[in-house]
Design a protein around this ligand. Sequence first.
Ligand code: SF4
Length: 244
Amino acid sequence: MAELSKALRARVRDSVSQLHSALVEFKNVCYANSLGPESMVLTDLIWAGPDAASGALGEIEIFSVDSGRLYPETYDLIERVHRHYGRTLRIYYPKAEQLEGWVGAHGINGFRNGLEQRRGCCSIRKIEPFRRAVSGRSAWITGIRRGQSASRAMAAAIEWDGAHGLHKVSPLLDWTEQEIWEYIRKKRLPYNTLHDSGFPSIGCAPCTRAVEPGADPRSGRWWWERGESRECGLHPRRQVAFAE
Ligand code: SF4
């Protein structure tokens, strides 16, 4: 396994330190793993990082939300993460009754009929399971980076997430995309193979497409919408609320 650069080792130390601080300050902390490349880094820091032997970060529960509309490659990744670490991510699913009602009213792909319908689908398939996952927690961890979008550039390492009633901790805010991939490749971590086919940001299959090299990494998400609406509500920017 190749050695990490000095700069990257410093990033790792800083992020691990932030994770420890979050545990000390908030105690009841979970990590919302979005299954993107940043999530592979954070999962490794928590389950196999420099302090893994102490078990201190093992108190952080790692979960993902399965909307039911993910790419087959994303399900393969969940299985490969399991095999790599010998541990399973906790998976939260939408409530069947809510989903059946929504699909009955709007159709299986009704999220294409307008912003309200799209947000309705995200609300049932992503936000409600997310809310259940963080319920009773003091803080949740996210792998967002400032370089991912103009709205995420305004994020702080620790923020009050008023929409969900707990703190949000972002230990990878200052990592660059290159650093994320250097870590993944040098540590030979599992990652979503769609990233090798022009998908820098991957969500549900019907709402994500490949982008041209150099394009805004999030431009393949909800591409038929404009600008600031293109978050699923998990990371609303200050005025708003979850997105991966
Ligand atoms: S990303 Fe698309 S399919 Fe997934 S929950 Fe949102 S609207 Fe529904």
